[in-house]
Design a protein around this ligand. Structure first.
Ligand code: MG
Ligand code: ZN
Length: 222
């Protein structure tokens, strides 16, 4: 019997992720890995960001899903270049899946790439894909205990976007409790609140992303 240790799989994944990163760097493409539960509003947020980003940055989206092209269809409808990865039921994207998705994008004509991961708060955060930034989307409809319950996810991301603020009046959701959990569990995370549906706070996020890409270009030296 052969036993493949999870550590070895992750190490192999990291090597491929590093090659993806180098390939994206060579083309000057800043890549953001978008994580979060099913229904957190990842695709809706990308739709809401699109009008704020277009005209400033040329961007594309890689959509990861266990089945269907529904999310990619929504991105296609915006006229944004996109590639669908169907994981065949798999619960996360890995770096190897992203290799062939990158083959299908014109990287030289892009500034920014979003990779929408499979909806899941556990394993996707263990797999680097080639991203420079990781953002987790958390909707208030999921309850205010998620940061406390799934610490590794929040410790492995750069940004936390709390979505569906428009639903707050209908829920028992303690945003203060979430903020103190973040402070305790993942103090370095940049936290933002917004509603992709009403658009409240979306421009702020777009500005933040544009600023992050500027920083990246400086560090990269171009
Ligand atoms: Mg989606
Ligand atoms: Zn998984």
């Amino acid at each position: 019997m052969q036993i493949v240790v999870a550590q070895d799989i992750l190490k192999a994944n990291d090597q491929i992720a590093q090659r993806n990163l180098e390939r994206l760097d060579a083309a000057g493409v800043y890549c953001i890995n978008v994580l979060g539960s099913p229904g957190a509003g990842k695709t809706t947020l990308l739709e809401a960001l699109a009008p704020h980003l277009s005209g400033q940055l040329r961007f594309a989206v890689i959509e990861g899903d266990p089945a269907t092209t529904r999310d990619a269809d929504r991105i296609e409808a915006l006229g944004v270049p996109n590639v669908q990865i169907n994981t065949g039921g798999g619960c996360h994207l890995d770096a190897n899946m992203v290799v062939s998705a990158l083959d299908n994008l014109k990287l030289e004509s892009l500034d920014l790439l979003f990779i929408e991961n499979v909806g899941n708060l556990i394993c996707p955060s263990g797999y680097r894909l080639g991203e420079r930034l990781r953002a987790v989307i958390l909707s208030v409809a999921e309850g205010d205990d998620k940061v406390a319950k799934y610490p590794p996810m929040f410790q492995r991301v750069d940004a936390l976007v709390v979505n569906k603020l428009d639903l707050l009046p209908y829920l028992e959701y303690d945003l203060g409790k979430v903020k103190s959990d973040v402070k305790r569990v993942a103090p370095d995370v940049h936290m933002m609140t917004l509603s992709a549906k009403t658009g409240e706070g979306v421009a702020n996020l777009a500005d933040w992303i544009v600023g992050k890409r500027q920083e990246y270009l400086h560090v990269r030296g171009s």
